[in-house]
Structure formats: structure tokens, C-alpha cells
Design a protein around this ligand. Structure first.
Ligand code: GLP
Length: 247
């Protein structure tokens, strides 16, 4: 059974998911103008970011005092690579909402000293205080951020070897599978769980099994998102297809 604190909003499709998520995020930004937002990459939040840009341009919601921390970054891609999460965030959001660049944080996937980078990133998150609202997508194997099955529930920012299935799923953005990095830096599940509020988005049948496990499954490190059942303030916005195995 899902925990009572897990709020589930089932919507028709991807567009409605994006609009609902934007409503929640914009409300947070308007209530707390210096909020810390945890942000995600992948196809899932693209529609949400489009809604935020539209709202910023039409109603003027301000991001000048907002700080952001991203979940993860590939290791080995230059920042300027079209597939780096740095480039993704600039193109899909940061360049369009008037947020100061120094308020946005993404792990550095090009560093020489990865352990030091993990510590540096975890310290940045701590120094900002709690993340007020963390946006999450979900991998079809239940990963959150890049915390693949088997990741510790108490983990901090760390290096992860990407599963072959995750590399295959993300290969659509690259010229070929060989170009998909084999490792990433990701906030740990423990880091994510410290957020005050979490908003997980999922769309499409490819996510149905992971969503079923997240809501109804055993809480196990083999399905990283299942830990969300124990978070005190989590909302899932899922479309009918992603929710299809839960009915
Ligand atoms: C990626 C990201 C995750 C994302 C997930 C799903 O690899 N690291 O943060 O939630 O996989 O991606 P998509 O939204 O493209 O389905």
C-alpha cells in the first residue's frame, strides 16, 4: 500500500503533467522568492521547463533570488557538449528565466579529482540549506538522479557506473551508443531524501512498472524510487500510461 503521505495526481497526458508540475513549482517560487530548487534533466521535465519560461515571459515570475542544484552530470563530457546536462539546463531553462548563472549548480563532470568534486557538490547543497522543492524524473529501472538499482538509500553525492539499460535509454540523444558516457556524478538517494518536498514526474508506459513499484512495491535499494514511500512530503504527477499498472 502507498504511504498516506504519498500524494498521487493522475493526469491525462504529458502536457497536463507538465502544466500541473509548473503550477506547483511557480507557487513555490512566488511564496518563497529565495527558494532552493532541485532540478532534473531528461525528456520528462522539458515540458515543465517550457511552462516555466512561458510563465516568466507572460507574468514575470522572478528567479533572481532562486538557487538551483541539479541532480547529476555525465562524467567525461565537456561542459559545452550538446549532451552535457550543463548545456541541457542552459538551453531548456536557465538562459530564459533571468536566473543569475552563479545561483545555478551542476556537478562538474570534467574534473580531475572526482572524490573532491563529490565533496564540493555535497557541501554546496548543504550550504544552501534544505532543498525546498526537488523535481525528479524516474528511469524505467526505478532510478532517481543517476542512482541505479543497488545504490545505498543513505548515499551522498557520488560516482556511479551507469547500467547498460540506462545507457541504451539515453542513447537516443547521442550519435551512437559508444558515445554515451559510462559513468556519472549524482546526488545520492540520501541527499535527495533530505529535500523538504519532492515532486516526481512520469509519463508513458515505459515508466509504468517503475511507478507501480514506487507506489506499491517493497521498499528496496533494487528500486531506488521506492524509498520515496518514506518521505514526509512527496507528490507524484503521473499520466494515465505511467499509472496504467496501478489501476
Ligand atoms: C536520466 C536522468 C534522470 C531521469 C531519467 C529518465 O538518465 N539521469 O534524472 O529522470 O534518466 O529520463 P527521461 O525523463 O528522459 O525518461
Amino acid at each position: 500500500m502507498p504511504q498516506d503521505n504519498m500524494k498521487i495526481i493522475v493526469v491525462e497526458d504529458y502536457n497536463e503533467m507538465s502544466r500541473k508540475a509548473a503550477e506547483i513549482l511557480i507557487k513555490k517560487v512566488q511564496e518563497k522568492q529565495n527558494a532552493v530548487l532541485g532540478l532534473a534533466t531528461g525528456s520528462t521535465p522539458v515540458g515543465l521547463y517550457e511552462e516555466l519560461i512561458k510563465d516568466h515571459q507572460t507574468t514575470g515570475t522572478s528567479y533572481k533570488d532562486i538557487h538551483t542544484v541539479n541532480l547529476d552530470e555525465y562524467i567525461g563530457l565537456p561542459k559545452e557538449d550538446k549532451n552535457s546536462y550543463y548545456t541541457f539546463m542552459c538551453e531548456h531553462l536557465f538562459n530564459h528565466i533571468g536566473i543569475p548563472a552563479e545561483h545555478t549548480h551542476i556537478p562538474n563532470g570534467e574534473t580531475k579529482d572526482f572524490l573532491e568534486e563529490c565533496d564540493r557538490y555535497e557541501n554546496i547543497i548543504e550550504s544552501l540549506g534544505q532543498v525546498d522543492l526537488q523535481i525528479l524524473g524516474i528511469g524505467s529501472n526505478g532510478h532517481i538522479g543517476f542512482n541505479e538499482p543497488g545504490s545505498s538509500f543513505t548515499g551522498k553525492t557520488h560516482i556511479i557506473d551507469l547500467k547498460e539499460s540506462t545507457r541504451q535509454a539515453n542513447a537516443r540523444f547521442f550519435e551512437s551508443i559508444d558515445e554515451v558516457p559510462k559513468q556519472a556524478i549524482t546526488m545520492g538517494v540520501g541527499t535527495i531524501m533530505k529535500s523538504k518536498e519532492i515532486l516526481l514526474l512520469a509519463s508513458g508506459t515505459a515508466k509504468a512498472e517503475a511507478i507501480h513499484g514506487t507506489i506499491h512495491g517493497e521498499i528496496t535499494e533494487e528500486l531506488p524510487a521506492s524509498i520515496l514511500q518514506t518521505h514526509p512530503n512527496v507528490t507524484l504527477i503521473v499520466d494515465k500510461d505511467a499509472y496504467s499498472l496501478c489501476e
